[in-house]
Design a protein around this ligand. Structure first.
Ligand code: SAM
Length: 258
């Protein structure tokens, strides 16, 4: 067993029950204030991160894009603004988040196909998408299942873009960051009148980051899942947030040249 498998087993033993029971309850509650909540909890920095992430994503006219754990389609809407000539499919297991995502798509007069499904088994054929994105969700996912699924549904040469809050490389930054997170999640949940599930998730949010990957580790994980041309395009503030890009490069078989 390699270190990645060991880490995923450890993450499962810490969080599986929370991922299955508490996380769905949290996302039942937040759809209508999700974006505002993120802005408040991060003191506005969220918008800068998302803007930087969108800037780093290369989109060509006609691309088929899959946004995994798409939530309220925050990312899909921004991608369609950047390049209107793309087809966006959103997959998320939360009906409530996606319902709000469809309201926002309608309001912005764009079409985003919505698929309600668990990200650990993507309901799409092999080699379906030019681009796959995953933003602000992989801390809640089993990466040894999701990353191979993303690889499978990408077309050869397809591009994967990942952005999330990661485990900072510097221990002092981590200590300060996790304490800030616990307090800001609790205050934001109270300010928006959230349910008990959302109010109590501050400890889980900080524990999930403590057991997650640093930017360099995440690059190595992508390599172990088969991806090539892996770049940690940017990691900000001691690795608190990282933007990764990777490709599915399929070696040509010797007979394919004719
Ligand atoms: C923090 S939100 C991020 C939403 C969106 N990617 C964004 O950046 O705005 C996390 C999302 O992951 C979804 N999610 C969590 N576990 C999932 C799973 N196993 N399969 C599919 N979606 C999942 C939740 O329903 C939620 O919508």
């Amino acid at each position: 067993m390699n270190w990645f498998q060991e880490r995923e087993n450890a993450r499962r033993s810490h969080f599986y029950e929370i991922w299955e029971n508490s996380v769905p309850q949290v996302f039942q509650d937040v759809p209508t204030y999700y974006r505002k909540g993120n802005i408040v909890a991060s003191l506005g920095v969220w918008e800068i991160w998302v803007w930087q992430f969108v800037r780093s994503i290369i989109l060509n006219p006609g691309d088929h894009v899959l946004d995994v754990a798409a939530g309220t389609n925050d990312l899909g809407l921004r991608l369609l603004k950047k390049q209107p000539d793309i087809h966006v499919t959103a997959v998320d297991r939360s009906r409530d988040m996606q319902r709000q995502g469809q309201v926002l798509a309608k309001r912005n007069q764009v079409r985003i196909e919505s698929v309600i499904h668990d990200a650990h088994e993507l309901p799409f054929p092999d080699n379906s998408f030019d681009v796959v994105t995953l933003q602000a969700a992989s801390r809640h996912l089993q990466l040894d299942k999701v990353f191979p699924e993303i690889y499978r549904v990408l077309k050869p040469n397809g591009r994967f873009y990942h952005c999330d809050m990661l485990r900072p490389t510097h221990r002092i930054v981590e200590w300060l960051y996790l304490r800030f997170l616990k307090i800001s999640v609790a205050l934001t949940a109270a300010a928006f009148g959230s349910s008990a599930a959302a109010r109590n998730c501050g400890t889980y949010f900080s524990d999930a980051i403590h057991h997650f990957y640093t930017p360099d580790e995440l690059s190595a994980v992508l390599g172990l899942c088969g991806f090539s041309k892996i770049h940690c395009r940017k990691s900000v503030w001691g690795g608190m947030v990282g933007f990764h890009a990777a490709r599915k490069v399929v070696a040509e078989s010797p007979s394919s040249g004719g």
